[in-house]
Design a binder for this molecule. Structure first.
Ligand code: G6P
Length: 609
């Protein structure tokens, strides 16, 4: 979704803004722009398209030269991607960039039109610039901002500059992320830390309804009434390297390769003396014993991690688990309340629907647990309990390493849940944990055989549609494998429980339609093989992902990817297996000439409904 940057300092503002926007590209966008003070004039350059188009335009029209400005990457919501609809928007004496949605923009627009304002764009954001100008009668920016914020409904992170103050950047937020970078003699605002990590690791998290002002005397914070507030300065744990490709052609490939390490880190943070220890995050065995029901709610890949967790928690802890898509959960009037555990899973910790689902669960009295990768995110801060997964910075839009650490954390939770409820013994708890400790090694071994995944991807080069099938954990994984492939290769794909295909979808199977079968679960292997035979008989081209040594009858499988899991429990094989699926998706994308890091239409962090 939209990315915001802002800068005040001695460096060349255009370079800092463009650099920052580049670091926010991962969020997904379709247009970009900057506004920089050149002396007392604000020069705005914006365009539809990628940052390369912006750079060309800057070359053509001249780069604004100055030390104070704001920038934006836009992911279109109101109005098509176009030069006019791109941010920054100026109206009167105010120029702004906005991330989020102004829900009452239509009524504000009507009011402002009556006041004589005219609008150039179709965006909801332009009304904010106008409204700020309307309240700027006293030439007091802080007053204009506090009055404007009172009128806005919806979510926003705003970067603002006022024509009369060429050495000030203001920002405010409600519901959308905004971070303030605290350099020495310089200040930054950004939607995420990587945008300024190159210059400073010190940052302040702006909370909802807070305002920040960068000026030559330093950085000041205010509440929604304009009263000064004191904020804690924190230090980012990430370093610049994490925000670079480090020799890999794409972030996605780099992130796939990071999985053994980040899984190990996440295990190290949650395992003590050979067993999962969740007391550090405030989750005791007593609490686990008390829950009658579990909900897992999330979006996209995080939701599919939730489905793996459902299989694991129900199998081991014998507690009913319902997985609900967050955008459904929040409006379905769920039967949830005291005695329930609601787990929200999110890489970014900012996904609007997941956040709303969490708020709903909290308001109904359920205990909430967030499994989140960004520890300073809104979801991490809102939940009662938080597992901070340690994937580090994930930049590629298609999530890979974040999924793996989510399921590692959720497996550990499942083990502890089962132990707390007296369903497994301490010995079994130790055995399962030791098994999970083997996964970094098995993940490494799958990644080392990436050429086989590349070959499998080459078999899909002319494919328009395909299916993933599997049973149990393999089904949960099929959902993620299929999503990954769709996201970045643009091949139409559907995932089905292998036993369900014949209840309708098998009508779509014809000669050479690929069916990627995940067949790692030994207790249902024969059943899965029967389902493979059913589609093979109808002409499918079968790619099978299976344990090393699995045999199939002659002619059943067209391409076999044997994965070496060693003695890993079947329940845990989704961890190494997903890496093979990620690699198939990655190579399919590259072989089709796509950019796997920035798939069309998608955003990494979806901060609108
Ligand atoms: C977007 C991304 C997906 C991601 C989903 C949930 O749709 O494109 O890759 O899985 O959001 O994101 P979250 O940050 O909550 O895990």
């Amino acid at each position: 979704m939209c990315g915001i940057v802002g800068y005040l300092g001695n460096r060349d503002c255009t370079s800092v803004l463009m650099d920052g926007l580049e670091k926010l590209e991962y969020r997904g966008y379709d247009s970009a722009g900057i506004a920089v003070f050149e002396g007392r004039e604000i020069k705005t350059v914006k365009t539809r398209g990628k940052l390369s188009a912006m750079r060309e335009k800057l070359e053509r029209e001249g780069k604004p030269s100055g030390h104070c400005g704001i920038g934006h990457t836009r992911w279109a919501t109101h109005g098509e991607p176009s030069d006019i609809n791109s941010h920054p928007h100026s109206n009167g004496r105010v120029t702004i960039v906005h991330n989020g949605i102004i829900e009452n923009y239509a009524e504000l627009k009507e009011f402002l039109t009556e006041q004589g304002y005219t609008f150039l764009s179709q965006t909801d954001s332009e009304v904010v610039a106008c409204l700020l100008d309307y309240y700027y009668a006293e030439r007091n920016p802080l007053h204009a901002i506090t009055e404007t914020l009172k009128e806005l409904r919806g979510s926003y992170a705003l970067g603002m500059i006022f024509k009369d103050f060429p050495d000030r950047v203001y920002a405010a937020r409600r519901g959308s992320p905004l971070i303030v970078g605290m350099g020495s003699g310089e200040g930054f605002i950004a939607s995420d830390i990587p945008a300024f990590l190159k210059y400073t690791k010190e940052y302040v998290l702006l909370d909802d309804n807070e305002i920040v002002r960068l000026d030559n005397d330093g950085t000041r914070f205010f509440d929604v009434h304009g009263k000064p507030v004191t904020k804690d300065v924190q230090t980012a744990e990430w370093d610049v390297e994490q925000a670079q490709k480090c020799g890999f052609p794409h972030y996605m490939l780099k992130e796939i390769h990071e999985q053994p390490d980040v899984v190990q880190k996440t295990l190290d943070s949650l395992v003590k003396d050979g067993v999962p220890d969740l007391t550090g995050i405030g989750l005791t065995d007593d609490m686990l014993r008390g829950f009658q029901r579990v909900y897992i709610t999330a979006c996209g890949t995080a939701m599919y991690a939730g489905i793996v967790a459902k299989y694991a928690i129900e199998k081991l802890a014998r507690v009913p688990v319902a997985v609900e898509i967050a955008s459904e959960f929040r409006y379905m009037d769920p039967i949830v309340g005291e005695g329930d555990l609601v787990i929200v899973v999110s890489q970014s910790g900012e996904t609007a629907d997941t956040k709303a689902a969490l708020e709903l669960a909290k308001s109904r009295g359920a205990k909430t647990l967030a499994v989140v990768n960004v520890k300073y995110s809104a979801i991490a801060r809102l939940a009662d309990i938080c597992i901070n997964t340690l994937a580090g910075l994930e930049i590629a839009v298609a999530s890979t390493k974040a999924y793996s650490v989510q399921i590692v954390s959720l497996y550990l939770l499942a083990f502890r849940f089962a132990y707390a409820r007296g369903i497994i013994s301490e010995n079994e708890l130790k055995r399962l944990t030791a098994q999970l400790e083997k996964t970094p090694e098995t993940i490494r071994s799958v990644i080392e055989h990436s050429d086989e995944c590349q070959f499998a991807a080459s078999q899909l080069i002319n494919t328009e549609t395909l299916f993933f099938i599997g049973r149990g954990f393999d089904y949960a994984l099929s959902l993620e494998g299929s999503l990954k492939l769709k996201e970045i290769s643009y091949i139409h794909s559907e995932a089905y429980a292998a036993g369900e295909l014949k209840h309708g979808t098998i009508s779509l199977i014809e000669q050479n339609i690929p069916v990627i079968t995940i067949a790692t679960q030994r207790h249902v292997l024969e059943k899965t093989i029967s389902n493979m035979e059913e589609v093979k008989a109808r002409g499918a081209y079968i790619i099978a992902l299976c344990r090393k040594g699995t045999t199939f009858a002659d002619g059943t499988v067209d391409l076999k990817l044997e994965l070496d899991f060693g003695e890993l429990d079947d329940m845990l094989v989704p961890l190494p297996t997903v890496c093979a699926l990620q690699l198939i998706a990655y190579y399919s994308s590259v072989l089709r000439g796509n950019d796997p890091d920035k798939p069309r239409n998608l955003a990494k962090s979806v901060t609108t409904e």
